[in-house]
Design a protein around this ligand. Structure first.
Ligand SMILES: Nc1nc2c(ncn2[C@@H]2O[C@H](COP(=O)(O)OP(=O)(O)OP(=O)(O)O)[C@@H](O)[C@H]2O)c(=O)[nH]1
Ligand SMILES: [Mg+2]
Length: 342
């Protein structure tokens, strides 16, 4: 038990995280009902419950399920400082103007503490504070095994059930995270900026593979045209969607820091094109099914890990170890025996 990082805890027979907060009874159906009516505090509370792997986690997940599957999920990724938060803010503004209810999850894969490193983003986001049609939440993936795979999809479900038409997920593009965001999002926006050599970096890091729409932000700076050319060149070398009927990721240019004439409407136009393509090609359904499969897998693995954790220090494991040391069992056979007991 003690070896299981808090963030991965899944409620099985022995709750790992239940002691951390008070055991105040939670009226889950009422909470979900209020969240569906757009009550921001209830949405926040539900996200906290799933994030903390509360004992009512399963009840929450079951109550949310009938109300999910409607939100369009947009992922934004790119190097630090490329303008993800600024672009997110601009997208929120445009979507609000179009009358959409919007959720924002800002995920910092490097921060071990919820929200800490993203405080700056939150402050900037206060543009939208007080607007009942926007829910904003910073999350840390806590560096635990599975990265984004555990809490983020659950938070996504909360926002989905709360009636968000669109959920934006912002994450810093470091290693695994952009691949994970791509598995969560219906449409992944990859941001690059002029002069950062991002096009080439992107090719190296495999970002080309996950982009549905490229956004060259800071197009007010020198080198924007070069950045577009770099991306086109990288695309010409091949990629995921080169076949007939495939989707060729468009390249948009934005100046997200501007209030008007910033290119954001064009980005949303491409996102809409992509949404139509997802629908007509069947890729949308495939992605969502894949997403659900990953989610189930992550939960099952966390549960298994917890049960293995329970075995650690148990007499069963101790006895098996003794047999391996004595040479009467081999570690593979012993592991098989252990697994069979789960
Ligand atoms: N000139 C110019 N500056 C921009 C533009 N978009 C964003 N910026 C500036 O770039 C800086 C970084 O923007 P952020 O939106 O915080 O970038 P980010 O990608 O969210 O950064 P991290 O979350 O730290 O990875 C800020 O100072 C923005 O004001 C743009 O289109 N043009
Ligand atoms: Mg940011």
């Amino acid at each position: 038990m003690t070896e299981v990082p808090a963030g991965t805890a899944v409620q099985t027979s022995a709750p790992a995280a239940s002691g951390r907060r008070g055991r105040r009874a939670v009226d889950v159906p009422a909470l979900v009902e209020r969240a569906r009516e757009g009550d921001a505090r209830s949405v926040a509370r539900l996200i906290s419950l799933v994030e903390d792997a509360s004992p009512v986690l399963r009840e929450v997940a079951a109550a949310l399920a009938p109300h999910t599957g409607r939100a369009q999920v947009l992922g934004l990724t790119g190097s630090p400082g490329v303008g993800k938060s600024t672009t997110t803010t601009a997208l929120v503004r445009a979507l609000r103007q179009a009358g959409k209810r919007v959720g924002v999850l800002a995920v910092d894969p490097s921060s071990p503490f919820s929200g800490g490193a993203l405080l700056g983003d939150r402050v900037r986001m206060q543009d939208h504070a007080g607007d009942g049609g926007v829910f904003i939440r910073s999350m840390a993936s806590r560096g635990h095994l599975g990265g984004l795979s555990w809490a983020t999809p659950q938070a996504l479900r909360v926002l989905d059930a709360a009636g968000c038409d669109v959920v934006l997920i912002e994450t810093v593009g470091v290693g695994q995270s952009e691949l994970e965001i791509a598995s969560l999002a219906d449409t992944t926006l990859v941001l690059v900026a002029p002069g950062m050599g991002d096009g080439i970096q992107a090719a190296k890091a495999g970002i080309l593979e996950v982009a549905d729409v490229f956004v060259v932000n800071k197009a007010d700076r020198d080198g924007a045209q070069q950045a577009v050319r770099d991306l086109r060149y990288m695309q010409s070398l091949g990629g995921r969607y080169t076949g007939a009927g495939g989707w060729r990721p468009p390249i948009c240019r934005t100046v997200a820091s501007r209030d008007t004439d910033n290119g954001i409407d064009e980005v949303l136009g491409e996102v809409e094109e992509h949404r139509r393509w997802l629908e007509s090609s069947g890729e949308g359904h495939r992605r969502r099914t894949e997403r659900a499969a990953r989610e189930i897998e992550a939960i099952a693995l966390a549960a298994l890990r917890e049960r293995i954790g329970d075995l650690r220090g148990s007499s069963a494991l101790g006895a098996l170890a003794e047999r391996v040391v004595a040479g009467v069992a081999d570690p593979y056979g012993a592991a098989d025996e252990l697994v069979a007991r789960l």
